[in-house]
Design a protein around this ligand. Structure first.
Ligand SMILES: [Zn+2]
Length: 381
């Protein structure tokens, strides 16, 4: 118990008491982390580092958190605005649905007259907007227009533009803190990691991390899973404590946490499938020399093609699964809608008239989706 009593906060060096101990997420909760460590940061430093470092990382990773529909322990990933390839703006929610952030009203005058294009978030809004149009252009029959309007389900006609950027020192400090949190679970003192501590505590110090894509360091990488994985190892022969953090199978970082380590050899790995919140059993082959890691600091191990390949390996399968899910969702919704509105009562035999109405209602709901599948991709060719 003595060593427990002497636990000090990594960042402020205050002795951690039962009252000031925090349960720090090893990988930030915001990107789907689950495992927590205690006796690592005091409550104050936990919250400060969350605000300053983890939240920067969370913002950078949010497009991926949304895209992969991560399963968070607390709260949902915040919805985010995206632009489609035709410049429409949509809001992507964590359940994969898309909202228009605001109704769109486009009015274009040409030699034939005025072309009006309305995108509303729901039929009521569409009605209100159409009534406004009818006031402005009395020759239009708003009711007739409304009949032709159809409720479009919430998906975009165009592929969503995906702008992803990551980097910077705040996000870097979040990676390094995560590696140290893993070390704190091994029994090795995080105080051994002089480079890491200096980088976390001193503003002007040299960053001890860099992006690494020269080769895949994860052993037996599972196909199509956007894994989070953290690995650390200490090696008295090279005097190195190395760290590796990878998020969503895409963002890959190596670090040199210490280059004066003389203790026992150790190694630890923690990995998770953030889409399910499930721990995985994976390992990392991180035997890089300090010269190699240093090259990563200088972006010499960055490789655009490898990044693209890593993205494709996880985004492709997810798109396929989401497409299937969307199809099932649309079908289910259409069936529910059609039954609810065809006039049939539960438990009764359906009349021919109700049956015909049912088919009509089904098609009404399915048509936009089917059209979207058929022509969506070619609309702007
Ligand atoms: Zn502290």
């Amino acid at each position: 118990m003595r060593s427990d009593l002497e636990k000090r906060c990594l960042l402020c060096d205050e002795v951690i008491s039962a009252e000031t101990d925090s349960r720090e997420h090893l990988i930030p909760n915001s990107i789907g982390g689950r495992k927590k460590v205690s006796g690592f940061l005091c409550v104050g430093c936990n919250s400060k580092s969350g605000d300053n470092w983890d939240s920067v990382l969370a913002r950078q990773m949010n497009p991926l958190s949304l895209f992969f529909r991560i399963n968070r322990e607390r709260g949902d990933a915040p919805s985010q605005k995206f632009q489609t390839t035709s410049e429409d703006e949509w809001v992507l929610n964590v359940d994969g649905s898309l909202d228009l952030p605001k109704p769109i009203f486009k009015e274009q005058k040409n030699e034939k007259g005025v072309e009006i294009n309305i995108s509303a978030r729901n039929m009521d809004e569409a009605k209100r907007m159409l009534k406004g149009v009818a006031r402005k252009y009395p020759q239009l029959d708003a009711d007739e227009l409304l009949k032709k309007a159809q409720a479009k389900s919430s998906y975009s006609q165009d592929p969503i533009k995906f702008n992803l950027s990551f980097g910077g020192l705040d996000a870097g400090r979040s990676f390094v803190k995560t590696a140290l949190a893993l070390i704190s679970t091994t029994g090795v003192s995080v105080r051994e990691c002089e480079h890491a501590i200096q980088f976390l505590k001193e503003k002007e110090s040299e960053p001890c991390f860099g992006y690494y894509y020269e080769k895949d360091l994860v052993l037996k990488r599972p196909d199509g899973v956007p894994i989070h994985i953290v690995h650390v190892n200490g090696d008295p022969e090279s005097n190195l404590i190395r760290g590796y953090v990878e998020y969503f199978g895409v963002m890959r970082v190596v670090m040199c946490l210490s280059s004066s380590y003389a203790g026992n050899a150790f190694s630890a790995t923690y990995s998770i499938d953030p889409t399910k919140g499930k721990e995985l059993d994976l390992d990392v082959d991180l035997g890089l020399t300090s010269a190699d890691i240093r090259k990563a600091y200088d972006y010499e191990k960055w490789d655009g093609n490898a990044v693209e390949k890593a993205m494709g390996a996880v985004i492709g399968p997810a798109l396929k699964a989401q497409h299937k899910e969307e199809r099932e969702r649309v079908l289910e919704e259409a069936v529910r809608y059609a039954f609810a509105n065809c006039g049939a009562k539960e438990g009764e035999v359906i009349t021919e008239e109700q049956h015909n109405r049912l088919v009509g209602l089904l098609w009404e709901k399915l048509e936009p989706w089917v059209l979207n599948q058929l022509i969506g991709r070619h609309r702007h060719d």
